[in-house]
Design a protein around this ligand. Structure first.
Ligand code: HPA
Length: 268
């Protein structure tokens, strides 16, 4: 299996399997700077890893120490809109599982449909809606990872959500919990699509994370997913794609996330 080959390679470069992995979303790659004693492994060096064609993310795995724990930060993820297959977008989760990691924190940037949210907010993803594109697990089942049919009720781990809320309280932040709608992209949504998603119960929209959550639920990896609102969604007041607004939101999100991540990792 290419993910086991990848996991063996990464584990051969580090002393012991990390306690937790954090997948860094768009604009969040610099959070890996917080690690001490870093070991950097470019994805392109990992055997079995889907090919990386110099996309705009720093595509590398950075392992180091944070708050006394060994942490693997994944700088850059594989998106369907980049041309990866759905199965490839879940590859990282399979690799992390094979490395022995049981807890993964996923971060992403999203557009907000819920008008109580604002750019710069962090929202805990409590559930998702995925209407488009196939499952990352379509095709022959990986029996060694999990069963063919599996439950999604607890895909977003309630214990990790409670821990995150406790940390947020301690930091004087109040984090809403929302439903994230997956859209394949790369185009942002139309206002009509956003209205439809809102009727269906979505609070956020974005182009990542959900394939990883599905793979994690299948193979029993605990997930906490945190979304940074980079913009209001299309058709919502002030919403749609706006580079300047997104660039302004990113540092605010990074600042909040690093405090939260440190607290969560310290208490895991
Ligand atoms: N739509 C889809 N993906 C996104 C958005 C959005 O508004 N903002 C950040 N990622």
């Amino acid at each position: 299996m290419s993910y086991t080959q990848a996991a063996e390679y990464v584990n051969s470069k580090i002393d012991r399997a990390p306690d937790v992995a954090v997948v860094l979303g768009t604009g969040m790659g610099d959070l890996a700077d917080a690690l001490d004693n870093k070991i950097v492994i470019p994805y392109g060096e990992i055997p079995g890893f889907p090919p990386i064609d110099g996309n705009y993310h720093k595509c590398r795995l950075v392992v180091g120490r944070l708050e006394g724990a060994s942490v693997a930060f994944m700088q850059g993820r594989l998106h369907y809109y980049e041309g990866y297959t759905m199965a490839e977008t879940a590859f990282m989760i399979h690799m992390l599982k094979a490395m022995g990691i049981e807890t993964v924190i996923l971060t992403n940037a999203s557009g907000a449909l819920n008008d109580e949210y604002a750019p710069g907010d962090i929202v805990i993803i409590r559930d998702h809606i995925k209407l488009c594109a196939e499952s990352p697990l379509r095709g022959k089942n990986f029996d060694e990872l999990g069963e063919r049919f599996f439950d999604m009720t607890n895909a977003y781990d309630k214990g990790l959500i409670r821990l995150c809320e406790k940390c947020a309280d301690g930091l004087g932040m109040s984090l809403p919990k929302g439903v994230y709608a997956y859209m394949a992209g790369p185009q942002f949504e139309t206002p009509a699509e956003i209205r439809a998603l809102k009727i269906l119960g979505a609070d956020l929209v974005g182009m990542s994370t959900v394939p990883e959550v599905i793979a994690a639920a299948h193979c029993g990896v605990r997930i906490l997913a945190l979304s940074g609102v980079s913009n209001m969604a299309a058709g919502i007041e002030g919403g749609g794609f706006n580079r300047e607004a997104i660039d302004n939101a990113e540092p605010v999100i990074r600042e909040k996330l690093i405090g939260l991540l440190k607290c969560i990792i310290n208490k895991l």
